[in-house]
Design a protein around this ligand. Structure first.
Ligand code: PGA
Length: 240
């Protein structure tokens, strides 16, 4: 695991983008994340794209997760997030974008479909955030490492953390999500994990301690992955 500390989220995101670009190929399959963490990273993608340095015409993307129970158009849906923060600003071909359709009435079928699509591709570069409880994607503590795409009940800490996007009202936060499983995440060739802020420090620390991976802190499975880059700001630096 390569550990990189920068003063700010902005600087760390810039450095993470440089690493991403080293691996990026015109036809790379990209695993993408949402939330407060990757916003500056996506700004770096857009800025470089606007300079004419990159094209995403032939890239395929898979998002980690989507809330159950809110529509595509909801301002906090992850579909909307991706359009606003990235896809509307680059030349990605819409048919190459994959995000779980968690508003489907046939959720079980949708999950199977998403799993099949993932099984037929290899994610070359996976971008990850991490929850303060160590979740990756929405794989909450206790999730087995061998599971694929599934519906998850969000735990209290996650609902509390994400209420900041829902007028600070926990009741407005969806209670379930569809997420890629840890097995899917672990199959990606390169993982770039970003973490910013004091509340991520414990999760980051767990990546570098002497303990074996534990389902109680899902991100610890990344110790078993051969190519992980971690970018943090000073507040999330576990050495401090
Ligand atoms: P955040 O969430 O980026 O909104 O902090 C990260 C995560 O829960 O994976």
């Amino acid at each position: 695991m390569k550990y990189n500390v920068f003063k700010t989220k902005k600087e760390a995101s810039k450095a993470a983008y440089e690493t991403f670009k080293q691996y990026l190929k015109p036809n790379s399959v990209l695993g993408l994340a949402t939330g407060g963490t990757p916003t500056d990273f996506y700004k770096e993608i857009i800025a470089d794209y606007n300079l004419g340095n990159t094209s995403y015409k032939n890239n395929v993307t898979f998002n980690l997760d989507e809330y159950v129970g809110i529509s595509y158009d909801h301002p906090e849906s992850y579909h909307k997030f991706m359009d606003t923060n990235l896809f509307d600003h680059i030349d990605i071909d819409r048919k190459n974008i994959n995000i779980p359709d968690a508003s489907s009435e046939h959720l079980a079928e949708e999950i199977k479909k998403y799993q099949n699509k993932l099984n037929n591709k290899t994610i070359n570069i996976q971008l990850l955030g991490v929850g303060s409880n160590g979740h990756i994607g929405f794989n909450e503590p206790g999730t087995f490492f061998n599971v694929g795409v599934h519906v998850v009940d969000l735990n209290e800490e996650t609902i509390e953390a994400n209420s900041r996007f829902f007028n600070n009202d926990k009741n407005l936060v969806p209670k379930q999500a569809v997420t890629m499983g840890i097995a899917d995440i672990m199959k990606s060739e390169v993982i770039i994990l970003l973490a910013f802020g004091e509340n991520k420090k414990e999760a980051i620390k767990s990546l570098f301690d002497e303990n074996e991976p534990t389902v109680d802190i899902p991100c610890t499975i990344l110790k078993n992955h051969p190519n992980v880059y971690v970018f943090v700001d000073e507040e999330a630096d576990y050495n401090k």
